[in-house]
Design a protein around this ligand. Structure first.
Ligand code: CS2
Length: 478
């Protein structure tokens, strides 16, 4: 069977949605760092709609580490399939990504793009850990990649290093900065990422740092769409559905949302024309999403893995886990939140639970369980701290955290790989556990995850100990 490319577009099966524009005629106006599954399912799809009316906003993807995306998409002229798997199933060919560069191989080409006048936007999905921030959300000057990039600014490894050097070269070329739009699940992402860039530059050039501080527009964003990783089953399904080979199709649910803080960008993209929400209240959207979708997601991931489930839809089909998620959302978290205008948070929570039940996609709990040390503080501990301040009962928060402890223990005992920037410390800790309630104290001493005030709070300790003992007793029963 032939492979998807410009030359084979005409051979696509009839019901496949194709680009409503000529992809070859697009200009690159956006450089995106981290062209992984989420970006290709989410922002690249919004831009696919946008470029049909405004061809200035094609994307140059930059992979910071692997060549996989470039090697898959280059022979396909950048085209790939988005499988929308939900109550209705659709296959759509996206053409908004015009090229993919691999940082370590193409450093000068990346800087060449970043210093083109027509490149006016830099976006990123480099995961929470990719911004090299410390637990206070400031640039971690001891992070090995940051240490490297400060010493070798022209050959950076980190996203922050690329942005800093890119901005420096733009100023040197007499160009205005690009607009920086980070799109990871980090609270106040625009503000914090900008502060990290400024802190990086300040290490070598205080004047340039103040200039960036004054000039750089970095709106905060909220992004949402459930995007399970691609597997061979998806490749086979897409091949059958489109009638061509696609080395790296992407899948997601039908729901997709992108909220961007209002910002000035003269003659920039007409974001709202393709359904992006521009608002001055991103924090309300972002807090609702991180705490009502991502918090319960991680809860179901760890509690579901503990009960032997593999996917979100399987786990949420378990009445005990569904009530845990619903009660955590509606009883514990909703009272802490301010609703974005026009949004009913209870209805929003129910809609999220319905999305979790989507039987058309298989979203692995093990994928969501990655990087717990980075995700849990954002998704659950923030709510836990606020619930304590309000004098709410916090016992339910103990369950996902205790399940995370057991997850770490299981990885340490089995020798399975743990994907987490703190993996070495966590595995070392996991090996010393005693499988009794004293393990809770060992975890609470992880200061990069649990702030002291939480770790010493009697209600938190009690919630964790109760939940932990409960999980141990279930394991004993088998
Ligand atoms: C998930 C998210 O993997 C995870 O940690 O919670 O990727 C989630 O699917 C997205 O944020 C949904 O928008």
């Amino acid at each position: 069977m032939s492979r998807l490319s410009f030359a084979t577009l005409n051979a696509l099966n009839i019901d496949v949605i194709r680009p409503a524009y000529d992809p070859a005629a697009l200009k690159v106006g956006i450089v995106h760092f981290g062209p992984g599954a989420f970006h290709r399912a989410h922002q690249a799809a919004f831009l696919d709609a946008l470029v049909a009316n405004d061809p200035r906003w094609g994307i140059c993807g930059v992979s910071l580490h692997s060549k996989g995306v470039r090697d898959a998409l280059e022979p396909q002229d950048g085209l790939y399939t988005l499988a929308i798997l939900d109550a209705e199933i659709k296959y759509q060919i996206l053409g908004s990504i015009r090229e993919v560069l691999v940082g370590p191989e193409d450093i000068e080409a990346v800087f060449a793009r970043l210093t083109r006048p027509e490149v006016q936007i830099v976006t990123s999905t480099v995961t929470e850990k990719g911004y090299c921030l410390n637990p206070q959300w400031e640039l971690d000057l001891n992070h090995p990649d940051i240490v490297h990039d400060l010493a070798n600014p022209a050959t950076p490894k980190s996203f922050i290093g690329y942005v800093a050097e890119g901005l420096k070269r733009r100023y040197a070329a007499g160009l205005a900065p690009f607009v920086l739009i980070p799109c990871d699940n980090l609270p106040k992402n625009g503000e914090r990422v900008k502060a990290a860039v400024v802190a990086f530059v300040a290490q070598s050039d205080a004047a340039l740092a103040s200039k960036i501080e004054a000039d750089l527009s970095s709106p905060c964003t909220m992004v949402d769409s459930i995007t399970p990783a691609t597997d061979d089953a998806l490749r086979a399904r897409v091949k059958e559905a489109i009638g061509l080979e696609d080395a790296w199709p992407i899948q997601r649910e039908a729901f997709t949302q992108w909220v961007i803080e209002e910002h000035t960008h003269d003659n920039g993209p007409d974001w709202q024309s393709v359904g992006v929400i521009l608002t001055d209240n991103v924090p309300a959207y972002e807090r609702a999403k991180l705490r009502l979708l991502n918090g319960p997601h991680s809860t179901i991931a760890y509690a579901g893995l503990h009960k032997g489930y593999e996917s979100v839809s399987e786990a949420i089909g378990d009445p005990e886990l569904e009530s845990l998620a619903r009660d955590l959302m509606i009883k514990d978290v909703v009272p802490l939140l301010e609703a974005p205008k026009g949004l009913d948070l209870v209805a929003y929570s129910e809609a999220i639970l319905a999305r979790f039940r989507n039987p058309a996609i298989r979203h692995l709990l093990s994928q969501i369980a990655w990087d717990g040390s980075q995700k849990l503080p954002i998704r659950l501990l923030s709510s836990l701290s606020e619930a304590l301040e309000k004098g709410q009962d916090v016992s339910r928060f103990g369950v996902p955290l205790a399940a995370w402890f057991r997850f770490i223990r299981q990885k340490a005992v089995s020798g399975d790989t743990l994907t987490d920037p703190l993996a070495n410390d966590l595995i070392a800790l996991g090996k010393t556990l005693k499988d009794d309630v004293s393990d809770v104290t060992a975890f609470l001493n992880l200061r990069s995850v649990f702030p002291q005030a939480l770790a010493e709070n009697p209600a938190v300790i009690s919630a964790l100990e109760t939940a932990y003992k409960n999980l141990l007793s279930r394991e004993a029963v088998g």
